[in-house]
Write a protein that binds this ligand. Structure first.
Ligand code: SAM
Length: 350
């Protein structure tokens, strides 16, 4: 097949023949990209106000969503391009049919060093044991309020207690770490910052505060709703000394601390106030098969079409490496400016 103009450029840029062993999975800023976030569906059983409209969501037609077979194939190829860690996200990954048999197959892929799951926790209680049996122990549960009425007002669904039961079941089954992800929003839930942090005192949870990002098609971001990770840190400091935790090679962008004497940790993720582009090791694959190098950039590379056209692994591998190479240098203005993005967060996977 004759390479398209873009392909020609890619081959020149990469300075490598397709199929050649990759020297290092580095982008042009020498960032090592070894982490793939996979959104396996854009469907969700919650309707968080900052993420999705209550009605009228334009879901991707089922036939346009990557099949499990296709995802597994692409993960296999991505390993040849340096990916070692995969996180499953959505939408809500647990709502996709036959998720557990998919997970079992994913867990069987050699050379994948880490698989983790991000969930809203609604279906966690019933699936936790089977997930654990697949050898998965790392889990992130998104939870923005510890108050049932407020949870309902944010998510538009009355399932707060199911999420808590899911987290308890994960703790009972020794998932580790159990990360509780909180999107902090001024005037919405920032008055609960200390309550969330206190959770880490008695329980082994890693509570992580994530800055509200102006990303997504219908995002509800505004400067008035924004609170920096730095401000949250200052508030939590009042609970006790914050001891910094060491950063592992596979760790994400959270700045991690332990409140002195705590069983768990607190962490701060600051994509807006202090973006971590210098150390970003992530690539994203959307539910409909587009590779994205950055949440804040709409630059995408389609891998589904060539996959469905029967293009070989060499070609797919080239596209993966191109996506790594073309990771934006930084967020530009986008990280602090409200903007529409071509996709909902639910399709990108957060
Ligand atoms: N359903 C799963 C869940 O709830 O974790 C996975 C998908 S969800 C899109 C992934 C994460 O993105 C959630 O923690 C959610 O709170 C977060 N998220 C969505 N929109 C966001 C925004 N504008 N700013 C910051 N985080 C956001």
């Amino acid at each position: 097949m004759i390479p398209s103009k873009n392909m020609t450029k890619t081959l020149v840029d990469l300075d490598e023949e397709p199929g050649a062993p990759l020297r290092r999975p580095e982008d042009r800023r020498s960032r090592t990209v070894n982490y793939l976030r996979l959104s396996i569906t854009d469907r969700c059983n919650l309707r968080c106000r900052y993420c999705m409209p209550d009605e009228g969501m334009d879901f991707v037609p089922h036939e346009e969503i990557l099949s499990y077979e296709e995802i597994l194939h692409l993960v296999g190829v991505s390993i040849g391009s340096g990916i070692r860690k995969v996180r499953l996200t959505g939408g809500e990954p647990l709502v996709r049919k036959n998720f557990l048999s998919f997970l079992e197959r994913l867990a069987g892929i050699e050379d994948l060093e880490e698989i983790s799951l991000t969930t809203n926790g609604v279906l966690l209680k019933e699936h936790a044991a089977a997930i654990r049996q697949c050898g998965i122990c790392r889990i992130n549960v998104s939870l923005d309020s510890l108050k049932p009425e407020r949870f309902f007002s944010i998510t538009r669904r009355d399932v707060f207690h199911r999420v808590l039961e899911g987290i308890e079941e994960a703790e009972r089954l020794n998932f580790h770490p159990i990360k509780i992800n909180v999107v902090a929003m001024k005037g919405i839930n920032d008055d609960e910052v200390l309550d969330f942090a206190r959770l880490s005192l008695e329980r082994p949870f890693h509570v992580r505060f994530i800055e509200f990002m102006p990303v997504g098609k219908n995002n509800a971001w505004s400067p008035e709703r924004f609170i920096t990770a730095g401000e949250i840190y200052s508030r939590i400091k009042t609970l006790g000394e914050l001891e910094p935790m060491e950063h592992g090679a596979m760790d994400g962008p959270a700045e991690r601390f332990k409140i002195r004497g705590a069983r768990g940790e607190v962490g701060f993720i600051s994509p807006v106030s202090n973006h971590f582009c210098d150390t970003c090791n992530r690539l994203r694959l959307t539910a409909e098969g587009k590779l994205r190098g950055c949440l804040f950039s709409d630059h995408e590379i389609d891998v589904k079409t060539p996959l469905r056209e029967g293009r070989g692994d060499d070609h797919l591998s080239l596209l993966l490496r191109r996506a790594i190479q073309e990771k934006p240098d930084g967020p530009g203005r986008a990280a602090s400016t409200p903007r529409k993005c071509i996709r909902q967060m639910s399709a990108i996977g957060g």
